[in-house]
Design a protein around this ligand. Structure first.
Ligand code: MTE
Ligand code: HPA
Ligand code: MOS
Length: 779
């Protein structure tokens, strides 16, 4: 089954024929929408005058919050996000007014005619400032096992410190976009670039003050999303829906890149405080963590993201005594949101920093410390939230990767290189990932499907998941073809549409193939059962000398056959007209909910995940000590995707996820100025990885022979976990920095490790060396 077929839209992608929102055929009366946003981080709106803009050439509507027929709200969980600013604006980039005109130039001209009077208010732009002013969102949350406090007090060694992790921009290629087309009465069709069509439908209905039966949301594909369109695609859809309702004409909004970067949320910044106790061997006794995140201006998914951080701050390691306290802070910045890993990367950065420091403290290779603290196969295998780590692949991955990456030899040659080179230093690090698969908001773990078979034997599959480049539709196509025993070219996966499959969960948490694949399988089982019964009857009518039972019927190689009497067969395509003649329904819905998960949010205890995905990476870097620039020399990744449905797609996801993580841990630095304006709002000031930044040697392999029971076709989710393997490059950089002072001192370090961070860290080590400080690593 595992077949390396190309992405179902690969040809369309490269020829430019694939439709994104901006490519949809436009009707003659299409209007362009523009969002006018706040230039202030925090201000009271004293007055505004839209009349001049309303009279401007080509302008068909200029709207404020007063023109919203329904609720002025688009918060996905907590209703704390106005669709258009009312009395107050709380971040630079917050939507205030909407303009629709014949052309974008007319919109821009009209925008200049809007007059707003503000009174600036104090703003909070950092987590530190939010903590100082106690600007807490919700209440603190904690999770613990054992007694970390006294275990630390009784430990032979204790380390303590702070870590900052940075924000990051999603940089999907297609910016936020939506096209709304009015129908009869209150009907509206929304073509959206959204990971969550059902949620988009909900919010459009609420903002327009209509009911969901009158709103259809369709998503053909997104030009990338990465979590950035889990909730925040809803906004653009709501804005264009308002303009569509006001004008009675189709309206399209596509945010300009800079506007998109200014207006939308990023990965949550974290400020982490940690304390850890361990023994002489480097075995962890206790970890105490304080996680602080920057939510930005509204709740969005911040609590779920923080929860996932809390559930991943153990990563691959057994911590007998653990205490995690988490606080989500509100600032005057765009509301931060889902981003591949969903808090997991931030939680893992904390524990990986601790492990790295323990190694330096004990003058050991961090590899040894990692190995020692891995969850055990049969003991020490329960997480700090009570879930047993089953089918633990850490040890298998470790043994194979250490060998295949030639770790020991390379460690020696790096030591030699560093001994003989003053201005270049090399670093090496291995990091694991263990990532929980399931939405931690348990009820979201469900999916629906609607499968039609046409009388020419072709199949149209609808399901609740959305395609954002990750290959979901390709895998679903393969699953449907395999279940029906037909070739893949007979199956088409339809655009995701809320009128086909209702009430769907976001395509997120890496689980879309698991969930929707099972729902599609369920629908197909229903169809196969009906078809098998009719075909058995047909065979028995044709020749009564043998009797075929519906349970004997097998679907394979485009043929429907009696498995016990293989001479009794009929082509799949030939059989379908027979089904119509025999009045058999060739359409079925399917449904799936993940079994066996149980999560008590209040107690922080249970089994939130259906299973874990595992992976491991070894990265080697070269740091230029004089400039702080970094070259990734080699990365070896071994990843567990169970029985891969499509190895080509899985490897693509691993490579892409890893490199996206490399951006987060190295060059992607988000900066706001003192008045809350984003300084890094275009590709000339914000550096994402390019083809030049991939490791010179990049060896990605899938762990073989490890089927994943109870998951569609024994596969495993792939999407998010590989991102966190980029921590190997981050710690390899730290290893190289540390080499400039012979690993005698603990370097100051944060994430991302930009050239600046690297140079400052090296300078600080120089000072420590000069001051002749004794082994600072012990503090
Ligand atoms: N891959 C591509 N090419 N584009 C994307 O936007 N999003 C990632 C990941 N891989 C993304 C991607 C994120 S954040 C998630 S949660 C998953 O895809 C979602 O899809 P899946 O559940 O089908 O893996
Ligand atoms: N991952 C991604 N999106 C989510 C989750 C999650 O665990 N929970 C709610 N939305
Ligand atoms: Mo992915 S962050 O769960 O959309």
């Amino acid at each position: 089954m595992s077949e390396q077929i190309p992405h179902e839209s690969a040809v369309l992608h490269v020829t430019g024929e694939a439709h994104y929102i901006d490519d949809l055929p436009a009707s003659g009366n299409l209007l362009v929408g523009r969002v006018v946003y706040s230039p202030r981080a925090h201000a009271r709106i004293l007055s505004f005058d839209l009349s001049k803009a309303q009279r401007a050439l080509g302008v068909e509507a200029v709207l404020s919050f007063k023109d919203i027929p329904g609720h002025n709200q688009m918060g996905p969980v907590v209703k704390d996000e106005p669709c258009l600013g009312e009395k107050e604006v709380t971040f630079v980039g917050q939507a205030m007014f909407l303009i629709a005109a014949r052309t974008d130039a007319q919109c821009r001209a009209a925008e200049k005619l809007i007059d707003v009077k503000y009174k600036s208010l104090d703003s909070i732009l950092t987590i530190e400032d939010a903590i100082r002013k106690n600007n807490l969102l919700g209440s603190p949350r904690s999770m613990s096992r054992g007694d970390a406090e006294s275990a630390i007090a009784g430990s032979s060694h204790v380390i303590k410190g702070e870590l900052r992790t940075g924000a990051a921009e999603h940089w999907y290629l297609e910016s936020q976009a939506a096209l709304c087309v009015p129908g009869e009465g209150t009907e509206i069709t929304v073509y959206s670039s959204s990971q969550s069509p059902s949620e988009t439908q909900t919010l459009v209905a609420e903002v327009l003050g209509i009911r969901k039966k009158d709103v259809v949301v369709e998503v053909r594909r997104m030009g990338g999303a990465f979590g950035g369109k889990e909730t925040q695609a809803n906004h653009t859809a709501c804005w264009s829906a308002l303009l569509c309702r006001a004008t009675g004409k189709p309206v399209k909004i596509r945010l300009f890149r800079d506007d998109d970067m200014i207006m939308t949320g990023k990965r949550h910044r974290f400020l982490i405080r940690y304390e850890a106790g361990f023994d002489d061997d480097g075995k962890l006794q206790a970890v105490k963590l304080e996680l602080n995140s920057d939510a930005g201006g509204a709740t969005d998914l911040s609590f779920a993201i923080m929860e996932r951080a809390m559930l991943h701050c153990d990563n691959a390691y057994y911590v007998p005594n653990m205490s995690v306290v988490a606080r989500v802070w509100k600032t005057n910045l765009p509301s931060n949101t889902a981003f591949r890993g969903f808090g997991g990367p931030q939680g893992m950065a904390a524990i990986e920093t601790i492990i790295d420091r323990i190694a330096r403290h004990l003058h050991k290779d961090s590899l040894e410390i990692r190995r020692k603290n891995f969850y055990g196969l049969s003991d020490n295998n329960v997480t700090h939230y009570g879930q047993t780590v089953e089918n633990n692949r850490l040890h298998m991955l470790y043994d194979r990767l250490v060998e295949s990456s030639d770790y020991a030899m390379r460690r020696m040659s790096i030591q030699e290189f560093n001994r003989t080179n003053e201005f270049y230093k090399k670093g090496l690090a291995l990091t694991p990932v263990k990532f929980g698969i399931s939405f931690t908001t348990t009820h979201l773990n469900q999916a629906g499907a609607l499968v039609h078979i046409y009388n020419d034997g072709t199949i149209l599959v609808n399901h609740g998941g959305t395609e954002m480049g990750q290959g979901l539709h390709t895998k679903i196509q393969q699953i449907a073809a395999a279940e029906l025993g037909v070739s893949v070219d007979r199956v088409r996966v339809n655009a995701t549409n809320t009128s086909k499959v209702p009430n769907t969960s976001s395509t997120a948490a890496s689980a879309a193939t698991d969930l929707n694949g099972m729902a599609v399988k369920n629908a197909i089982e229903i169809l196969k059962d009906r078809i098998a019964a009719a075909i058995a009857l047909l065979f028995n009518e044709q020749d009564a000398s043998v009797s075929t039972d519906k349970n004997d019927i097998v679907f394979e190689n485009n043929v429907i056959v009696d498995g016990r009497h293989p001479e009794r067969k009929i082509g799949f395509a030939e059989a379908m007209p027979q089904m119509i003649l025999r009045q058999v329904s060739l359409s079925s819905t399917g449904y799936y909910r993940t079994p066996g998960i149980k999560w008590d949010k209040v107690k922080g205890w249970g089994k939130p995940f259906h299973y874990y995905a595992f992976g491991m990476a070894v990265s080697e870097v070269l740091v230029d000590v004089l400039t702080g620039s970094v070259k990734l020399l080699r990365t070896d990744i071994l990843h567990d995707v169970g029985d891969s449905i499509n190895p080509a797609i899985d490897i693509g996801q691993i490579e892409g996820g890893f490199i996206q993580g490399v951006g987060w841990v190295t060059t992607e630095e988000i900066k706001w100025d003192a008045s809350g304006h984003l300084m890094t709002h275009s590709p000339d000031t914000y550096k994402i990885p390019t083809a030049q930044d991939i490791p010179l040697e990049f060896r990605v392999a899938l762990l073989q022979g490890v089927p994943n029971p109870n998951v569609i076709r024994k596969s495993k989710a792939v999407a998010e976990p590989p991102l966190m393997l980029s921590l190997s490059t981050w710690l390899a950089i730290k290893d190289a920095i540390s080499a400039t002072a012979n690993h005698d001192f603990e370097p100051e370090f944060s994430l991302p490790a930009t050239n600046e961070v690297i140079l400052l860290s090296i300078e600080q080590l120089k000072c420590l060396k000069k001051a002749g400080a004794m082994h600072q690593v012990s503090s």
